[in-house]
Design a protein around this ligand. Structure first.
Ligand SMILES: Nc1ncnc2c1ncn2[C@@H]1O[C@H](COP(=O)(O)OP(=O)(O)OP(=O)(O)O)[C@@H](O)[C@H]1O
Ligand SMILES: [Mg+2]
Length: 184
């Protein structure tokens, strides 16, 4: 994939599919590293599933098909000398406290580091399609931070859906303004 923001979209879409009510996307940047974490409170995965999703090519013929969203994310991290961490608690195991945390560590100065790309569009796409699911996005950089939280936006908007074009345009503008302030 040409941009890490597309990997993020993929990973966060898994969280929406998993019937989460809250999805947090955290980007933590230093001069040398970028850590991308997606945390959700969705249905979680069994231990067997966790093993299989991170290693799709090392499976027996009888294994049913699994996708490539997580393997691509893992590959993108590992090719920079980084790694993927995945923790998941299935709702079958823990009905009260379940969910998934997937985190990739990237070394930004590595030749094979994929640029982050248009993360604002990724966040807006997710918010557009999130329905009632809440999304928190926070990007911390050495010079400052960018943040949005649909719980706060919903509290301001009342009954207006986040998918209204005017609202999405406002969210996009607000994020771009925050990035401009950090990068000025
Ligand atoms: N956050 C999550 N919560 C629960 N299950 C998950 C989560 N993320 C992934 N999974 C499970 O792992 C599987 C593999 O995910 P992955 O993104 O690698 O492929 P996919 O979503 O099946 O297909 P695609 O290639 O379209 O992304 C999913 O089908 C889902 O069953
Ligand atoms: Mg997927």
């Amino acid at each position: 994939m040409k941009e890490l923001s597309l990997n993020i979209l993929d990973i966060a879409q898994n969280s929406l599919t998993a019937k989460s009510t809250l999805v947090e996307i955290l980007l933590e940047e230093t001069d040398e590293t970028l850590r991308i974490t997606v945390r959700d409170n969705g249905c979680g995965m069994s231990e067997d599933m966790v093993r299989r999703v991170t290693d799709p090519f090392c499976t027996s013929r009888t294994t049913r098909k699994v996708g490539l969203g997580i393997p691509f994310f893992k590959l993108a991290a590992e090719q920079t000398g980084g790694r993927l961490e995945l923790e998941s608690v299935s709702q079958d195991v823990s009905p009260e406290n379940h969910g998934t945390v997937i985190s990739g560590l990237f070394y930004k100065n590595h030749l094979d580091f994929t640029p982050l790309g248009d993360v604002v569009s990724t966040v807006c796409t997710l918010i557009q399609g999130c329905g009632g699911v809440d999304i928190v996005f926070r990007h911390t950089m050495p010079n400052g931070e960018v943040e949005t939280d649909t719980r706060e936006i919903r509290a301001m908007l009342g009954d207006i859906p986040l998918s209204e074009p005017e609202i999405l345009m406002w969210i996009r503008g607000n994020l771009e303004e925050q990035y401009a302030e950090v990068n000025h």
